[in-house]
Design a protein around this ligand. Structure first.
Ligand code: MLC
Ligand code: AMP
Length: 454
């Protein structure tokens, strides 16, 4: 069952009801455009789409004739006095629980099927590593259509019986509300925005915000690299060293700095309970300590596969049955801590903590009448706020006068806000190798150095 609902108690009710009934929960995002929602709904092919009244029109337009039900209707049918009226059906551990769409090296996002066993393994591992308990109060600011917000944060808290307050991310409001929380989880972009707001605030407000933050027991960061200066700035402001961890939709959570420390700036820590992480060199042999290699993961948190894509599912595992993450890292000889160095594919971007496929954006923009050819790349944000900045390198059609504003306006109906290009470079031709392949690395290197690509 798919559901298009803002964060809140109704969202949680629907999610838990689907899980308890043995259905597969497909969370849809209000941030997505109608074509993006239509693609996901068609691909997931749910029996039912549930939406809140204000989103029901959007859901209907994207549902391709499938049944759309307003969430309030479900409640008005009458919840039994004691819930559940009949015991929920026994659900097999291997049964699908959650379907999450994740972007990659293919144009369209793929649906990653997560079983009850895989989700439970993530939650049990994190409960142990981060000491979740029923007295915790999570201030929840993350979107709910991805692993971080849905599984690590929302279900992580519920697994321990902890309380959750939802707040759409807004830096000043987060600072105000931290005094009611014990745990806060965010992507690095949010920490960057928190620090910007802190620095801009008058001294008395800064003091009150810092005092509120000091009462928490845990701040975590994940989904993208947490720049060391940001970790230090947050520590200076609040006394807390953010705990950085690493994960991925398909593998759940794999690495975490230690709860009891030391928490190493620029490092993602050591394998979580139950997880094995190997660093594998280009020769498919274990990389020596300190040498870079691809992270390969063996874990009970592993997804069951990509929905309807057996070839991609098979290709994601190596001959030893380990998941190929596409992330490069090194393992420190002294303490076993892993540092990430980047991703293998130039087509996979991370912006605002969202994984974005350059190919998906190219496919959407290619329909623009002024574009003859284009390449989308991720250029590191010099302000260290967003991670990669989505950047379009365009060869315009003869006589066309394409502007960034026009490109953004065109993209807005087709792509979620976080996929919209932030910069446009007009080129006479794209750099290609002898085989005709666009040299994206070359584009990224020139743009990172502040040069217009030749
Ligand atoms: C939005 N803006 C961006 C942008 N996104 N600019 C550059 N790059 C981006 N990616 C711009 C908007 O156009 C707007 O500009 C301004 O920023 C505010 O827009 P917004 O939509 O209100 O932004 P905001 O709400 O502040 O969004 C920032 C954010 C959001 C950090 C709250 O990006 C977010 O929720 N990220 C979380 C992603 C996440 O949960 N990932 C987990 C994946 S799971 P203007 O000019 O109009 O003001 C995973 C596995 C794991 O990775 O390990 O966890
Ligand atoms: P997703 O597919 O959205 O689940 O994103 C997973 C990807 O996020 C990983 O493959 C990494 O590239 C990235 N990621 C997650 N955590 C971190 C981290 N702490 N540091 C750097 N990258 C991270």
């Amino acid at each position: 069952m798919a559901f298009l609902m803002p964060a809140g108690k109704d969202f949680v009710d629907v999610l838990l009801a689907v899980l308890a009934a043995g259905g597969m929960a497909v969370p849809l995002s209000p941030l997505h455009t109608q074509p993006e929602l239509a693609y996901i709904i068609a691909n997931a092919d749910p029996r039912l789409v549930v939406a809140t009244p204000e989103l029901a029109g959007v859901a209907r337009a994207a549902a391709g004739g499938r049944r759309v039900v307003e969430a309030a209707t479900l409640r008005s049918r009458g919840a039994p006095a004691s819930f559940p009226a009949t015991p929920p059906p026994a659900v097999a551990a291997a049964a699908p629980a959650i379907l999450l769409y994740t972007s990659g090296t293919t144009g369209r996002p793929k649906g990653a099927v997560l079983s009850h066993a895989a989700v439970a393994a993530t939650l049990a591992s994190l409960a142990q590593a981060w000491r979740w308990h029923a007295g915790d109060r999570l201030l929840h600011v993350l979107p709910l259509h991805h692993t971080h917000g849905l599984i690590v944060a929302l279900l992580g808290a519920l697994w321990a019986g902890a309380a959750i307050s939802f707040l759409p991310f807004d830096a000043a409001r987060v600072w105000e509300r931290l005094s009611d929380a014990t745990v806060f989880m965010a992507v690095p972009t949010m920490y960057a925005k928190l620090i910007d707001a802190y620095r801009a605030a008058p001294a008395d407000r800064r003091a009150a915000w810092a005092a509120g933050a000091r009462g928490l027991r845990l701040f975590t960061s994940g989904s993208a690299a947490l720049p060391a200066p940001l970790l230090h700035a947050f520590r200076d402001a609040t006394g807390h060293t953010i705990l950085e961890r690493y994960g991925m939709t398909e593998i759940g959570m794999a690495l975490s700095n230690r709860y009891d420390g030391p928490r190493v700036a620029g490092a993602v820590g050591v394998p979580l309970p139950g997880v094995e992480v190997d660093v594998v060199g280009d020769d498919e042999q274990p990389a020596a300590d300190g040498q870079p290699g691809e992270l390969r993961v063996r874990t009970p948190q592993l997804y069951s596969g990509y929905l309807g894509d057996d070839a991609a599912t098979a290709a994601a595992l190596d001959s030893a049955g380990r998941f190929r993450t596409g992330d490069t890292g090194t393992r420190d000889a002294a303490d076993g801590v892993i540092r990430l160095m980047g991703r293998t594919s130039v087509d996979v971007l991370k912006s605002g903590g969202y994984k974005i496929s350059a190919l998906e954006i190219e496919n959407a923009l290619r329909e623009h009448p002024d574009i003859a050819d284009l390449a989308v790349v991720g250029v590191p944000d010099s302000t260290r706020t967003w991670g990669d900045l989505v950047t379009a390198c365009v060869v315009p059609r003869a006589g066309a006068a394409l502007t960034l504003d026009a490109l953004k306006a065109f993209a807005r109906d087709r792509l979620a806000v976080y996929k919209i290009p932030r910069a446009l470079h007009l080129l006479d031709a794209l750099p290609r190798n002898a085989m005709g392949k666009i040299q994206k690395k070359q584009l990224v290197d020139s743009l990172t150095a502040g040069k217009e690509p030749a």
